[in-house]
Structures are given as C-alpha cells and as structure tokens.
Write a protein that binds this ligand. Structure first.
Ligand code: 0L1
Ligand code: MG
Length: 260
C-alpha cells in the first residue's frame, strides 16, 4: 500500500482536477506500484473531504460492468464508486459542460434499497432488499488526459463519476424480468446506442452482489436507502454543449436532459 501522505497528495491532485475540470496524467505514471486498494484509499479520502465540505453520500455506483464498457476501456473487472448529493441533477435540466472535461453518458438501471445488505448475497436477496428500480443516466467524465488510464487510476478518480440523472417510471423489480429491459440512447433525436439490461453482468442485480462483496471485504455494508447505479448497458456516448440526451427504457419511461 502507498503511504498515507502519498494518498493525501493523490487525493489533492484528483480533487483539483475534478473541481477545476482539468486533466491529469494517470496516477500510476508517478506511482507504478499503486494498487486497486490504493485507488479505493483515495476514494475514501475524497468522500471524507466531500462530507467535510457539507456534501452528502446518497449511494454507490458500479462501473465497467458490461462487456462493451470493459472492451472500450481495456479492463476486465468492475469498479465501484461513491455517489454524492452534489452529483445529482433533475430530469430535463441543463448540465454545464464548463464544469466537465470530456463528458460521456451511460444509460443504467438504478436500484433504491429498502433493506441493508452485507456479505455474500444472491441476486434473489438483492431483489428482495430493493424498494424500486428506476431509469438513470450517468455522466462520466474521466479526468485523465486523452482517456489514458488504468483501473487503479480510474478508481482513484471515483470511477469517472461526475453527474447523474434519474427519472422515468420507478418499477417494482419483482414485477419485471431484469435481464430483458431494452434501452435506447438518443443524442439530438438520433439513436446512438441500444442494448438490453443483461449486458450488465448477465443481470444488473449481479453488480450489487459484487458491490456488497466488495464492501464486506472492507468491513462495510450497503445501507438501507442507498441509491445504486449498476453500470452502463451500452458503450458510453461522448457529448458536448448543445447536445440533448434521451435514454428510453422499455416499460420504465425515459430520462431526458441537455448539455449547455
Ligand atoms: O461508470 C463506469 O462505467 C466507469 C467508467 C470508468 C472509465 C471511463 O471513464 O469510461
Ligand atoms: Mg456508469
């Protein structure tokens, strides 16, 4: 593990890049021995600092959970990240690209939990502990120059998370086949990507199974009330100011917003 003073220094660097919407080179260029655990140590410090600023943790995200995303980013395991209240934007809002570096959007199924989950759990236990599922779009914004990064660096950048918008129609997961939810992403009225929810680890609830295991390895639980994003169903779509996004989810409505 990297020394605590180095974790602090790397957190300064990541926070500066996020706050000022500027790029940085991947952290492993300077610290080649940096591990996945070091990446999560930076995330822990980011969360501590966000909370000290008055922000609130509303949930967690799983990322890189589809083959399309893994191929696009050249990795073979998911990453997990933190979702703060300050990342949330309402449906139909205008997201300011001046606060972002090179944003991309991903359509995801989000779960809102009614019960705490901990340890080794099954997909059935995840569904039983879920209050409702809801369509969501994550705006990811890797702060790494030209998207040159590795898994440890991405994790330290909180899985590239920047903004998220939830909307459409909340549904009871017990009433749906969670593997066959069709999703279409439109940019300026044109279809850019489409897929089915099984693209996420064959079942989006599997992302929560893996998240809960990851938390248990760190002595943590997934609290009741958590909002959890399970990862992009298709590849991520690049966006710029002036773009309008609509993500349509079969039997769940749609989520729309724009970039200015
Ligand atoms: O949400 C995610 O799938 C994480 C993506 C991390 C890498 C990227 O910036 O695309
Ligand atoms: Mg995502």
């Amino acid at each position: 593990m990297l020394d605590t003073s180095i974790i602090q220094k790397l957190t300064d660097r990541v926070l500066h890049a996020q706050d000022s919407a500027t790029t940085m080179t991947k952290l492993t260029d300077e610290y080649p021995s940096m591990s996945i655990a070091d990446g999560y140590a930076v995330q822990d410090e980011l969360r501590r600092r966000w909370i000290a600023r008055g922000d609130r943790c509303v949930g967690l995200k799983a990322g890189l959970t589809s083959k399309a995303k893994m191929l696009q980013m050249g990795v073979d395991v998911p990453s997990f990240g933190i979702l703060m209240a300050s990342f949330a934007r309402p449906e139909n809002s205008a997201i300011d690209t001046r606060e972002l570096v090179h944003p991309r959007v991903e359509a995801e199924i989000a779960f809102v939990m009614k019960d705490e989950l901990k340890g080794e759990v099954s997909i059935e236990q995840v569904i039983a502990a879920t209050d409702y599922i809801i369509p969501a779009v994550e705006v990811i914004d890797s702060r790494y120059e030209k998207f040159k990064f590795d898994l440890a660096s991405v994790i330290a950048d909180n899985g590239s998370s920047a903004r998220f918008v939830a909307g459409g129609r909340p549904r009871d997961p017990r009433e749906m086949d969670l593997r066959t939810i069709g999703v279409v992403i439109e940019k300026n009225g044109e279809i850019m990507a489409l897929g089915a929810s099984a693209a996420v680890l064959n079942h989006p609830a599997k992302a929560i199974v893996m998240l809960v295991k990851h938390l248990a390895e760190r002595g943590e639980v997934l609290p009741a009330g958590s909002y959890v994003m399970t990862g992009g169903i298709t590849e991520a779509i690049p966006v710029t100011a002036g773009d309008s996004i609509t993500a349509r989810f079969q039997d769940m409505g749609s989520v729309s917003f724009r970039f200015i």
